[in-house]
Design a protein around this ligand. Sequence first.
Ligand code: DAH
Length: 339
Amino acid sequence: MRTKLEQIRKEAQDALEKLNVLNELDSFRIEFLGKKGKLTQILRGMGSLPPEERPKIGQLANEIRAYLEQEIERKTRQLEEAALNQRLKDEAIDVTMPGKRYYRGKLHPLSIVLNEIKDIFLGLGFEIAEGPEVELDYYNFEALNIPKNHPARDTQDTFYITENILLRTHTSPTQIRVMERQKPPIKIIVPGRVYRSDEVDATHSPIFHQVEGLVIDRNITMGDLKGTLDVFAKEMFGPRTRTQFRPHYFPFTEPSAEMDVSCASCDGVGCRVCSYTGWIEILGAGMVHPKVLMYGGIDPNEYSGFAFGMGLDRITNLKYGIDDIRLLFENDIRFLEQF
Ligand code: DAH
């Protein structure tokens, strides 16, 4: 029995030596020290020993048990340490590696400027309205006092879908749609995309953006128009900005005007940006034509109003000194990153 026990000690030592995976230690423990383990099994045969032998064998068995437990403990620590060292090695950070560059999303310059325009008009008590890009001829032309065969139709090269359906050439049709569904006072801006069948070049794109404005109430005058748009210009281009209104013609307003702002690049002295005039045209405006009010279901004897329309792309290019409208639509990251 003594030899058997020594054999087990030897066997266990060899097994433990070869063992190099942490979770194999459990099966090792069960194999030798478990309830049905090798050591336990030997001790079952103790009954057949002469009584004087039993204490000695028992002592030896306990010694071996204690020894094996201690060895398991030692092996556990050793394997844990090895595993930790391996992990530290695997997860080591090479501080000499070049860093990865992460790109942050940004607003498109058109969105940045539109947000600014919205903020300015919201601050003046305007609300934001929208209308469809696929529009009826009636709203785009007819109800804005531009009947069929009117020469003004030639100035807006139109994408027709059918005879009566088209891609809106300006945001003005939304004026009529809002009048139809809302009684005065009306005080709205209408940002949106518009379409014209233009040849693409540095200043023309078949898709571009406008911001329309419409104010209708009792006793609205040209003074309200000028005051509102002058405040807008100063907020948009800086407090030194001056405005001037030149008579113009639009079928849907009477009288009509174009508004210029003093050139922010040269403070109105004259430079390349303003073609040496000191002024830059940024919008069309006027008092809403009585016929247009009637088309919208509003009595021109009771109410009057003013309207304006500006090109968002042009204003964006002005603000940022961008010299080609195509850059706004190409979505080249190298361009967009700069805003
Ligand atoms: N719809 C005009 C255009 O696209 C711009 C415009 C001018 C809008 C005068 C207006 C306005 O509301 O009163 O050229």
